[in-house]
Design a binder for this molecule. Sequence first.
Ligand code: SF4
Length: 216
Amino acid sequence: MAVSAAESVNLTKAIARLAARARDCRLCEHELPHEPRPVFRVEHAAPIIIIGQAPGRRVHETGVPWNDASGRLLREWLGVSDADFYEPTKFAILPTGLCYPGTVRGKGDLPPLPRCAPEWHPRFLKLLNPTLHFRVLIGAYAIAHHLPDHARRPVSDVVAEYEQFAAGGVIPLPHPSPRNRRFLRERPWFERELLPWLRPIIAKILAETANSPRIS
Ligand code: SF4
C-alpha cells in the first residue's frame, strides 16, 4: 500500500515514540536474571519483519540482533547480506521476547517472557502495516503467538505449508539455531524446496523497496 509523505512522517514519529517506550520497558524486571535490555529494530518502511524467539546471551551483550551463529544461518536462508539484513528500511526485527530471558545450563535459552509479545507486537505491527509485505516467523514461540490456531502443531508441519501461509503474508520457518541441525537434516525438503522458493521472493521485495522513492 502506498504511503503519502505526510503519513510517512507521522508513522516515523509514532514508531520512534513507541520504540523509546519499549526500550524503557521494565515489566519483567523481577523475572529476568539481569536488567531488562530490549533488543529490536523497527522502522515503518521495512517491508519484511523478522519475528524470532528472544535475544541470546551474545545479542544481549552486544545489543545487535541476530549477531550470532543463528543469525548467520538465517541470512543464508534468506539469501541476504549483513548490510541488507541490518538496513532498517528493509528488515524490521522484533523478537517474541525483546529481552534475553537467561539460560538453563545444558538446556539452552529459556522461553521468551510471556507478557512481552502481547504487550508490544500489536502496537508495532499496527504502525508497520501500511508497508509490510511479510512477517517471517522463526521458531515455535513466534509461530504460537502469531498463528495461535497452529500453536499445538509440530513446527515442521506448519513450515511445510509455507506456500499456503505466504498467501496470507506470513512465512513460518524453523529456528536456525545450531541446536536444530538434526531437525534440518531430517527434513531435506527445507533446503531443497523451501529455500529456493523463498530467496527470490525476498529478493523481489527488497528490489521493489530499493526502487520505490524514499519519502521519510
Ligand atoms: S521482555 Fe519485553 S515486556 Fe519484559 S521487560 Fe523486556 S521488553 Fe519489557
